[in-house]
Design a protein around this ligand. Sequence first.
Ligand code: PAF
Length: 281
Amino acid sequence: MKICHTKQELRTTLTELRRTGSIGLVPTMGYLHDGHMSLVQHALQENDHTVASIFVNPTQFGNADDLTNYPRALEDDLPLLREAGVAAVFTPTPDIMYHDAAQTIVETTDLANKLLGALRPGHFRGVATVVTKLFNLFQPDRAYFGEKDYQQLAVIRTMVRDLDIPVIVRGVPTVRHDDGLAMSSRNSRLSPDARAAAPILHQACLAAQDRMADRPSAEELSQFIHDMIGTEPLADVQSVDIRNAETLEPINGPITQPAVILLAITFDPVLLIDQFVITPN
Ligand code: PAF
């Protein structure tokens, strides 16, 4: 596996790889877990070459502590990617990634500023800008993102559509621990008590799916989830949203189309997100 530290090394490596087939990209911020490796497995199945990036992108963190405390483990990540069969990995520093005088941003103006974007102003602008840069640098045939980050996936699909970026975006189902907690690099920052409590997110979604038999309104279902998660003293509910699964537009009243439950819950100081698609009976 080729490790590329600079854009020039990456370009040379990709030119070689492209001669012998298609390229699937898995962009990551490292601290890899089975969720990332599932993205890699999907990429390996569909492409001749799978490549990855590991870059903790400063522009998507609103809070300096969150950026500093974001877990990193390059020495563990690289063997995982190598053993899986990844052909090349790009591991730039922020100085390599961003020009000193960078002033260009990419923003999906509506989608970026609601839901999680309202809780974390600037976050999706940072994501859209860095993913655009990665798409330009790698020029992959396909790129793989987790469905757990549901709004991120919607932002990336929208930006690819709006800017005519020639890449196929694939969403990959969330990988969960046995107790239902969605895999996330952030889980490593939970205290033992918070880790034990965190499966309440998925339990509340499963219970909400069961409640669909009673045909609740979106407001009732949201309140039900809020109350259930509220029974866990360590959980601080930031938002519970029930939205149209495709457009992420709010649903008022009866749920008549596929909807997505979007959760943002803090287990101090760690913000966990999760999602669950529900279908009306
Ligand atoms: O999902 C992530 O790990 C990041 O947001 C991404 C897509 C790699 C952009 O930095």
